[in-house]
Write a protein that binds this ligand. Sequence first.
Ligand code: NAD
Length: 469
Amino acid sequence: METLELEQLVKQLVIEKLADVKGKTMKSVDKNNSGRGVFSSVDEAVQQAKLAQVKYAAVSLATRKKVIAAIREQFLPQVKEIAEMAVKETGMGNITDKIAKNKLAIENTPGVEDLVTDVVTGDHGMTLCELSPFGVVGAIAPSTNPTETLICNAIGMLAAGNAVFFGPHPGAKHVSFWVIDQLNQAIEAAIGIENLVVTVAEPTIEAVQEMMAHQDIPLLVVTGGPGVVGQAMRSGKKVIGAGAGNPPALVDETANIEKAAADIVAGASFDHNILCIAEKSIVAVDSITDYLIFQMEKNSALMLDEVGVKKLERVVLSSSHATNKAFVGKSAAEILDAAGIEYGFTPRLIICETTKDHPFAVVELLMPVVPVIRVKDFDEGLAVALELEQGLHHTAVMHSQNISRLNLAARKMQTSIFVKNGPSFAGLGFGGEGSTTFTIATPTGEGITSAQNFARRRRCVLTDGFSIR
Ligand code: NAD
């Protein structure tokens, strides 16, 4: 080799080495700030996820299963810490129920087994319908279930072969960065691919909108209120929209009232009622309403009189009769203290009688305040429950022993989840059969989402062969 050539080669090596060192330093600075998978710009995050997904698309299904198992193993021992961090940062919900919710997401979200292939064979050959990845999914999470949604979405989206860009709620960004870091740690340790799950260091609404418009994000999965779901719909992309709900619990005179009361208090007080599926109103047939209230009181619900309702209105509603966000996810005791209402025990739930038009019944309060609306009979009750659900197609609950009425209500309500004779959370596979999701796609109709919804359906046809019947 000539001297000049040698000199140039050494120069090149030095340049490469310096670039390498610089890259490593920048990465370690990034890690010190926010953790694995967190990038300073939306584009950088999407590009890194895109590169990671190309590598991931080449691995076997067995390797994908390894990733899902690693995620479950990573989070299960840390579930208490996750719950504590989420409550501390968001100031919403309670640690006991958040432990249960996170555990559910970790253990009961379907993995790769959810991708079931359809096949048709006949005289003209064989046709498969396979579920393949979209690429980088843009997923938006709410403040109310920040970690559960991230874990649940990550399991489903990675099982389907995608990478994920998460838009966490700014009010839950630290715990969300921690979850994203832990997801990447588990994935890297299991299969050596970095940045399959990414986000941006400042997850502002503008950054999330930039992500929605990014050309390398083909699918948006949005879990949140009507504003963000509407915003995603305007992107022109495929959207799986999991929006707000206002679930009524209808109780008729044939119900097991003791059980209905216990179930309603359990569901409506769970994590201080911040779940979108939680009972937001109780529609009760007149003949059993007093006994139902009595039984709910026996289950630690506090019944307010008219004076109490007036005091509560001033605290939990804004001047325009919307939700006062300062009290979303607060405990019954915190709300009562703020309203100056006395109580002789620690209530789990605040109940009161209102009309069906009262803001407590109509507005999604997301706090343990649930009105009871008295109706003369089942028919009126079903009409009121339908009105209160507001056509959101989200969740409804009914307590009855009358099969025909249960059947009629299930047909009329048209909700993604309809729980009969149980607490609302049975619809998430908690004390009820079935898998878990924290993304219940209501306006777009997927309902209980899982890996198969985060995949592209592709037909694969072989003519004149492989029909071997
Ligand atoms: P939110 O709508 O305020 O925020 C949800 C997410 O959207 C956050 O990450 C937020 O940063 C982002 N966002 C909000 N407005 C945006 C905009 N204009 N552009 C881009 N991004 C935007 O909701 P929240 O208070 O965090 O969560 C509670 C709401 O979510 C309730 O209405 C509840 O019913 C609903 N929710 C629905 C489901 C479901 O599965 N259907 C699950 C959980 C929560």
